[in-house]
Each structure stands twice: as C-alpha cells, then as structure tokens.
Design a binder for this molecule. Structure first.
Ligand code: B16
Ligand code: MG
Length: 219
C-alpha cells in the first residue's frame, strides 16, 4: 500500500537544474573545457564534487588540480548558483507540483526530500514549501552519491516506511538508478529514452497525476 512520496528537488519541484547547468558550463569554459549536451546531462543529480571531477575528466584535466584547488572551484560554482537561487520565488515551483503535494496530503502520505543538493533547505524556503515536508535527507551525511541507493534508503527511513510503500520521483538518470537500486517504484520525469529504467515516465511535471501513478504502482 502506498504510504509515502520521496522527492528529488532539482528538476522535479523546481527547475534549479538549469542554474546548476549554466554555472557548471561557465566554470568549464573558464577551465578551457567545452561540454556537449550529453556531458551536461550527465551532471544532473550528481553531487557537487562528483560533478567537478566529471567535468575535469571530460576535459582530460583529472590530475591538474589539488583537492584544495578543486574545493575552491566548487565553491566558485556554488556562489554563482546561490546568486540565482536568491532570485527564486514560489512562482518557480514547477507546474503540477502544488496539486501533487495537495493530493499527497489528502491521501495522508509522508513526503520526504531526497536531494543531493546542500542548498535544498534554502531552495525550499525560497519556494515557500519547506513546511510541507516531513523530512529532508542531509546530503552531508551520505557516503555515496546517486546512482548509489543510499539517499533513497535514508529518505525512506526518515518517512518510517518500507521500500514497497513508497513512490520516488526523479528527473535524472543517476537518480532513477538510485531509486531502482533501493528497490522502490520510480517515476521518471523527462526524456523517455534517458529514464527508461523508471517504472512510470512522464515528459514533464504537469503530467503528474497521483491517482494514475498509484494505479500503476498497485498493478
Ligand atoms: P549542490 P537533486 C542535485 O540536486 C543537482 O541535480 C545537481 O546538479 C547538483 O550538483 C547536486 O544536487 C548538488 O547540489 O551543489 O547545491 O549541493 O537533483 O538531487 O535535487
Ligand atoms: Mg534532479
């Protein structure tokens, strides 16, 4: 029986993913690295340091910087990202999400955030929805990033539920892989081909309908 929803944040509740990608793309350019679209897509859902390491690998610069230098570069990217976050308002909640959160409340579902972003509380506050959630996984406590299942297992524990009692929603390939590795039902939001491991896929958040998803979950 469905008892909870576990939400990714960037690309699911709000499109802060576009701010991440712009900030990474600008940093990569400064480092003399040109990223193509599929390389940019591969950064979705990946933690800050894992993203930087991937970019350096794409640019054949894996061994160029010390850990301290990499921390500086990551902080530089984050400062640019946070500047954009400060401009966010409740209008930046993606279409269909307010209705989905309301439906979850009506069904008495637990709702928990499983975002890799250390900025998640800040973003949720800007969107005015932080109080809607029963909990937020603290990504600083994680040993492994998505696609490892750790974050979704933690979110499920915060909700106090079993894997077969939750539906988890993601926009990233690495996130869908994490959900499936946690043994949970995955809703993918976005490109059908990219997210093909998901149990249910919608092209965008406006197509999310709790009754339809639950019917699929109960099959
Ligand atoms: P931060 P999600 C992820 O959030 C983003 O998709 C990813 O692009 C970002 O690098 C990661 O959070 C870490 O974010 O730098 O703010 O700590 O999709 O898991 O909600
Ligand atoms: Mg995401």
């Amino acid at each position: 029986m469905l008892k909870g929803l576990l939400f990714d944040l960037d690309g699911v509740l709000t499109n802060s993913a576009k701010f991440h990608l712009t900030a990474w793309n600008n940093l990569a350019k400064e480092l003399g690295i040109k990223l193509n679209q599929s390389q940019l897509d591969s950064l979705r859902g990946i933690s800050r340091m894992d993203s930087l390491n991937l970019i350096l690998k794409y640019g054949d610069q894996s061994d160029k910087y010390s850990l301290e230098e990499k921390e500086k570069l990551a902080a530089e990217k984050n400062a640019k990202f946070v500047e954009q976050v400060e401009t966010m308002t409740p209008k930046d909640i993606l279409p269909g999400i307010p209705e989905l959160l309301a439906a979850a409340k009506r069904h008495n579902l637990k709702i928990v955030i499983a975002s890799a972003s250390k900025n998640a509380p800040k973003i949720l506050r800007r969107l005015g929805i932080i109080d809607e959630f029963d909990g937020i996984v603290d990504p600083a406590t994680l040993k492994h990033g998505k696609p490892d299942p750790e974050i979704y297992i933690k979110a499920q524990k915060i909700a106090g539920l079993k894997a077969n009692e939750v539906i988890s929603l993601e926009d990233a390939k690495a996130g869908v892989e994490a959900i499936k590795a946690a043994g949970q039902f995955a809703v993918g939001i976005g490109n059908q081909e990219l997210l093909k491991e998901a149990d249910y896929i919608v092209p965008d958040t406006s197509q999310l309908n709790l009754d339809e998803i639950e019917a699929e979950f109960n099959k």
